[in-house]
Design a protein around this ligand. Structure first.
Ligand code: NAD
Ligand code: AKB
Length: 315
């Protein structure tokens, strides 16, 4: 029986992935951890510990004590916040991954999941249908840390046989937990403001296309890559994931179909330059071929579900 450790369980992804993993592996077999408290559903639904992933000693202790066999390492500082504190963010993003990889090697864990991002691409990357293998010259501290992380993941696989698996998530859209300081956060915030205020002031320009994905599809993809037989995993850095590409203007139009008096204004800030350095759309055919990646939510279906679920929070 696998015993799973989730690091960063209180975040946008962790708050949903932890519950899904508990459904699959049993509540007692998924140990949820974060540096901060998590929702009651997580802390009362199974084992939960406060853990700083940078505390190597405690991390080893938690893994050994709980006889952990797999780690999902989700703790990181996202693109927008990382630009405010570049060195501290580099430290957290890199040291945490190296801690997890080193521990996986020493304790011979079965598998590790660590997410990368579309942020690994930069201004010199082809921006439309960005291929799996292409020019990668990120110019954000977050992107640099994700690209370096991908290289470490592949290194630990080739050198020590650590079975690390990874996805280059696009911007993730969800209603359970708000987004954690990234450039794609507008596509979550817009639903809260649409419901509460019927207007939204967007920090990206109206025609800024970015790849996005609804959380349900991201969770399925995460479990898909982790459950795939090792011989199917031909990419040991990280797999492209396309999701759906749209602009602020297009999502606003989709929201107006349900809330006709919703209005959007645009006031691009420092995150515009980050968005402009990222792909507009992604080619994920390698992940489709290797382990059957699928995207099921389009803009229409995602918008309708987000309005319904965010609406429930305020009714
Ligand atoms: P988030 O910011 O919502 O959650 C991260 C969690 O990590 C938080 O709960 C935070 O408290 C925790 N954390 C931070 N420092 C920690 C530490 N030292 N020790 C333990 N926990 C710590 O982020 P998220 O959106 O859930 O993203 C999770 C992962 O997925 C990150 O690696 C991120 O780069 C990646 N990713 C996310 C997206 C997205 O759109 N959400 C897209 C691409 C990649
Ligand atoms: C961010 O905007 O930083 C994240 C990401 C795409 O990695 N959502």
């Amino acid at each position: 029986m696998e015993k799973i450790l989730v690091i960063g369980c209180a975040g946008q992804i962790g708050s949903e992935l932890t519950l899904e993993l508990r459904k699959m592996y049993g509540d007692a077999n998924v140990v949820a951890t974060d540096i901060k408290p998590a929702d009651k559903e997580i802390t009362e639904g199974g084992p939960f510990e406060i853990l700083d992933v940078l505390d190597t000693h405690r991390l080893f202790g938690t893994v050994s004590r709980n006889k952990i066999t797999q780690i999902y390492h989700l703790a990181a500082i996202l693109s927008g916040n990382a630009e405010k504190k570049p060195l501290a963010s580099w430290h957290i993003n890199m040291e945490s991954l190296l801690n997890v990889l080193e521990l996986s090697r020493e304790l011979n864990l079965n598998k590790v999941f660590w997410p990368s991002s579309i942020a690994v691409f930069g201004p010199t990357t082809p921006r439309v249908d960005t291929p799996q293998f292409t020019v990668m010259e990120p110019n954000t501290v977050y992107g640099i840390s994700k690209l370096a992380g991908e290289r470490w993941l592949e290194y630990y696989f080739q050198r020590y046989g650590v079975d690390g698996r990874s996805l280059r998530y696009p911007g993730l859209i969800s209603h359970k937990t708000e987004a954690g300081g990234g450039t794609t956060d507008y596509a979550v915030e817009i639903f809260y403001d649409a419901i509460k205020e019927k207007k939204y002031n967007c920090f990206l320009g109206e025609n800024t296309y970015l790849p996005m994905q609804f959380m349900d599809d991201a969770i399925k993809a995460t479990i898909g890559v982790m459950e795939a037989p090792a011989e199917k995993i031909t990419v040991r850095s990280s797999y492209n994931v396309a999701g759906i590409s749209f602009s602020p203007k297009e999502i606003a139009k989709e929201i107006q179909k349900t809330i006709p008096d919703f209005s959007i204004s645009y006031e691009p800030d420092f995150r515009q330059a980050i968005a402009d350095s990222w792909p507009k759309s992604i080619d994920d055919s390698v992940a489709q071929r290797d382990w059957g990646l699928k995207n099921t939510f389009d803009l229409k279906r995602m918008t309708s579900l987000m309005l319904q679920e965010v609406g429930k929070k305020f009714n």
